[in-house]
Design a protein around this ligand. Structure first.
Ligand SMILES: [Zn+2]
Ligand SMILES: [Zn+2]
Length: 205
C-alpha cells in the first residue's frame, strides 16, 4: 500500500496514541460517501454516493498495532424485490479490526505466523478505515430488501402493484378453456342439434 492522505475522510490518525499499549481514543465522524468510494453493497441494495456514514470509532493501542472498533450507520437505497418500488433502508453494523504495525506485520509474514491476507496494516500512524467499513456494511444489508414486511408484491397476471388494488381479479381464461368457449360460441349460432337433456343442462350451469 502506498502512502495515505491524512485528509481523506476515511483515514484516521493513530499518532495520538503514542504507541503506548492501553492508550485509547474515541472519535465520531460523519463521512460522506463520495463517487471515489463508490457504492457499498449490491445492485439490489447499497449505500450509494451522496449518502453519509455515521462512524463511531474507538482506536486502542495494543502490542501488535492499533485495534479499531466501533459502529457505523447509514441509509441504503435499493429496490423492493416484491413490488420493485425504490426503498430506503437504515443499515447499521459493528466492526473490530486490528491494524498491525508495518514492521510487525512484515515479521509475522516472514515467520508465517499470520497467513491472513485480509490483515490491515498501519501506514506510518495512519489507518484507512474504508475496507473495514465496507466489510462491515455489506453483510448487514438485507439479501432481499422489501418496502415493508407484508408487501403484497405484483399481480402475477397483469404486473400491477397489488398494494394499489388488492382485490382486483382476472377472469381465469386458460387457453384450453378459451378454445372450448370458441367452439361453444360456434355451436350456439346454429340450431341446437346436440344432446340437450337435463343432464347436459346441469353441466352447463
Ligand atoms: Zn414492496
Ligand atoms: Zn392483475
Amino acid at each position: 500500500m502506498t502512502g495515505l492522505d491524512p485528509r481523506h475522510p476515511m483515514v484516521f490518525d493513530a499518532r495520538v496514541l503514542g504507541r503506548r499499549a492501553g492508550a485509547m481514543v474515541q472519535e465520531r465522524r460523519v463521512i460522506p460517501v463520495t463517487d471515489g468510494v463508490g457504492q457499498i453493497g449490491t445492485d439490489v441494495v447499497a449505500v450509494v454516493p451522496g449518502a453519509e456514514l455515521d462512524v463511531d470509532l474507538r482506536l486502542e493501542s495494543v502490542l501488535e498495532g492499533v485495534l479499531a472498533s466501533g459502529a457505523v450507520g447509514s441509509v441504503a437505497e435499493g429496490t423492493c424485490v416484491r413490488c420493485l418500488e425504490p426503498v430506503r433502508l437504515p443499515v447499521s453494523a459493528t466492526f473490530q479490526e486490528l491494524f498491525a504495525y508495518a514492521d510487525r506485520a512484515a515479521h509475522h509474514h516472514q515467520v508465517g505466523a499470520q497467513d491472513d491476507e485480509e490483515a490491515h496494516v498501519l501506514v506510518g500512524d495512519l489507518l484507512n478505515l474504508e475496507p473495514v467499513l465496507r466489510d462491515a456494511i455489506v453483510p448487514a444489508l438485507p439479501f432481499q430488501p422489501v418496502c415493508r414486511p407484508d408487501c403484497p408484491g405484483l399481480c402475477d397476471q397483469c404486473g400491477q402493484p397489488l398494494d394499489a388494488d388488492p382485490g382486483h381479479v382476472h377472469e381465469d381464461v386458460d387457453p384450453r378453456w378459451a378454445a372450448l368457449a370458441g367452439l361453444a360460441a360456434a355451436s350456439d349460432t346454429s340450431p341446437q342439434t346436440g344432446p340437450s337433456g337435463p343432464g347436459n343442462q346441469e353441466k352447463r350451469n
